[in-house]
Write a protein that binds this ligand. Structure first.
Ligand code: GUN
Length: 295
């Protein structure tokens, strides 16, 4: 079997077109959706993600401001910037790019964001709402993965889903979304992590594997069931002298071999990545619509 490649770029492009149309409609009511982005430090990967996010906002007609702070910024200064965005009516969504420098208390920072402007869905209030089945902004990567599965016609209900990785950004929220009693849930979910005893024993059972371990070649062909759907969240830089930048991006999955056994697979780049940004645009638009509904 050779897998169908899930074209995240194409699905994202279609969704962004719809988001742009809705943004234009909102603008006619006098509301311009706005995103405030904060990044601290010079991590090249984070900088490139932030550039991609603000560029995508621009293309969708969403206003964005990008505040770049130095790696040694004080926690007080970061929190005061968030507070000024909390009270800025032009900003409907706030995104603090993670990871933050080590001296900053990430939980404290995320708690400062007004939950109504939490377009990452990282605030404990929003996570709690999602967990208990209430309406809340959903974290962008997990939400993007669910959209990819749905739009590709991969059945979630009743599926054995094995998630490799227990991060707050992907593994934990995704698992909770997939077990909800709703039309994007009802899956049977296992989360595997660095202390899992026999990873392959779990992944071989899976109808859907989500690889979010942050390590190349975590999932190899011998670890999957014939006909599985494989979603690769990994973005790993591998040195490659033949490339202009000196590196190439690979996921967590051994793509070339796994694609010969899976029924569906996402490429890296061009799979989950474009969907993460799309769901961010979606959350900014929703936050702006909520403002419109209140005024
Ligand atoms: N770092 C890696 N992924 C994300 C994300 O989705 N949101 C934020 N804020 N930081 C990230």
């Amino acid at each position: 079997m050779t897998a169908r490649i899930i074209d995240g770029k194409q699905i994202a492009t279609q969704m962004r077109r719809e988001i742009k149309e809705q943004t234009e409609q909102l603008k006619q009511k006098g509301i311009i959706p706005g995103l405030g982005v904060i990044i601290a430090g010079d991590d090249p990967a984070s900088q490139s993600y932030v550039r991609a996010k603000t560029k995508a906002c621009d293309k969708a007609g969403i206003y964005s401001v990008d505040e770049h702070l130095s790696a040694d910024v004080s926690q007080e200064k970061l929190i005061s910037l968030i507070n000024s965005m909390n009270s800025n009516p032009k900003i409907h969504g706030i995104l603090v790019q993670l990871p933050l420098p080590d001296h900053i208390d990430e939980s404290e920072v995320l708690l400062t964001i007004n939950p109504e402007k939490d377009v990452d869905g990282f605030h404990p209030t929003n996570l709690g709402k999602m967990l208990t089945g209430q309406k809340a902004p959903l974290s962008c990567t997990p939400h993007g993965i669910i959209q990819l599965l749905q739009k590709t016609g991969i059945q979630i209900e009743g599926a054995e889903v094995v998630i490799v990785g227990r991060s707050n950004i992907v593994g934990k929220p995704l698992a909770n979304m997939l077990i909800q009693k709703n039309d994007t849930g009802n899956a049977t979910v296992t989360i595997c992590h660095t202390r899992t005893k026999n990873l392959a024993e779990h992944t071989r059972r899976a109808d859907i594997i989500v690889a979010a371990a942050g390590r190349a070649n975590t999932i190899t062909a011998d670890m999957i069931k014939e006909g599985a759907a494989v979603i690769d969240v990994g973005v790993n830089r591998i040195d490659d002298a033949t490339k202009k930048k000196g590196y190439r991006l690979v996921g967590d999955v051994d793509f070339e071999n796994v694609k010969e056994k899976a029924a569906f697979i996402t490429p890296v780049p061009g799979g989950v990545g474009p969907m993460t940004i799309t769901m961010l645009l979606y959350n900014v638009l929703e936050a702006a619509k909520n403002t419109a509904a209140k005024s």
